[in-house]
Design a protein around this ligand. Structure first.
Ligand code: NAD
Length: 260
């Protein structure tokens, strides 16, 4: 198993991509800390990994937008496991659409604070012990919107571009200390986030849900959405010992939509 004796802290782990990563890591033997705001969702995933794979798990309520909440989640996990995580997956995120002229302070602030600030806070909380131990993995779930622009997503794209800047800089800072820092950049993935995007397109354009879905599918040369499990498979490689040479990268899982 690729992740035996590893402890992974996964934000936004209650559903979607985060849940798929929790299951894929547990299948490789990792103990799992599921951190998000919705108690019912995190409890469910924490039980799933125990029941399916017999690993240890903990569900901790955590709002990554709030520094105290992140520190309290880390203190809870240290109490249970007696140490900090080997792997931090910064997956929690939000995506709202708006014309730039309608992007107010609140919309701007929450994207920066959750998507980029959350990545900063959880990495900051987990890194010192990784440095002490001489081994660690930071995996940031960014987006192809971290590499390109698109109309209506200036706040989201700015936050994800920021995640790539953090990833690349920190990767170089800790490269000689047994730690890798990488980002995964998915295209449209079959999750609630994309379902909400489809509802939004329906509401704003009058297209049917099926037409809206087909429009998103056509953005990929493979003419399909990515599955959460495909994103999780790459996260397993990045988290594993086999992935130790991959550092500072922003790897697309998008069927070839973006070629850089
Ligand atoms: P999702 O909406 O299904 O899940 C998002 C998760 O983040 C949920 O568990 C939610 O509770 C959690 N979350 C949101 N704000 C939080 C906060 N302040 N504190 C703690 N947890 C919080 O979406 P998903 O598609 O699984 O998205 C996961 C990540 O993947 C996000 O960062 C998203 O930007 C990124 N991504 C998604 C897609 C896509 O098409 N779905 C594409 C590219 C990148």
């Amino acid at each position: 198993m690729l992740l035996e004796n590893r402890l992974a802290f996964i934000t936004g782990g209650g559903r979607g991509i985060g849940r798929a990563i929790a299951l894929a890591f547990a299948a490789e033997g990792a103990s799992i800390v599921v951190a998000a705001r919705t108690r019912a969702e995190i409890d469910k995933v924490a039980s799933e990994v125990v029941n399916q794979f017999g690993v240890e798990s903990l569900a901790v309520e955590c709002d990554v937008a709030n520094a105290e909440s992140v520190l309290s989640a880390f203190s809870d996990l240290k109490e249970k496991f007696g140490r900090g995580p080997d792997i931090v997956v910064n997956n929690a995120g939000i995506a709202e659409t708006a014309l730039f002229v309608n992007t107010d302070e609140a919309l701007w602030e929450c994207h920066l604070n959750i998507n980029l600030g959350g990545t900063f806070r959880c990495t900051h909380a987990g890194l010192p012990e990784m440095i002490e131990r001489g081994w660690g993995r930071i995996i940031n779930i960014a987006s192809i919107a971290g590499k390109t622009g698109a109309p209506y997503v200036s706040a989201y794209a700015a936050s994800k571009h920021g995640v790539l800047g953090l990833t690349r800089s920190l990767a170089l800072e800790v490269a000689a200390q047994g730690i890798t820092v990488n980002a995964i950049c998915p295209g449209y993935v079959e999750t609630e986030m994309t379902s909400r995007g489809i509802e939004n397109i329906v509401e704003k354009t009058g297209k049917s849900a099926d037409e809206a879905l087909k429009m998103l599918e056509r953005m990929s040369p493979q003419n399909r959405l990515v599955t959460p499990e495909e994103v999780a498979a790459l996260a397993v490689l990045l988290a594993s010992e086999d992935g130790r040479g991959i550092n500072g990268q922003a790897i697309n899982v998008d069927g070839g939509t973006v070629l850089f």
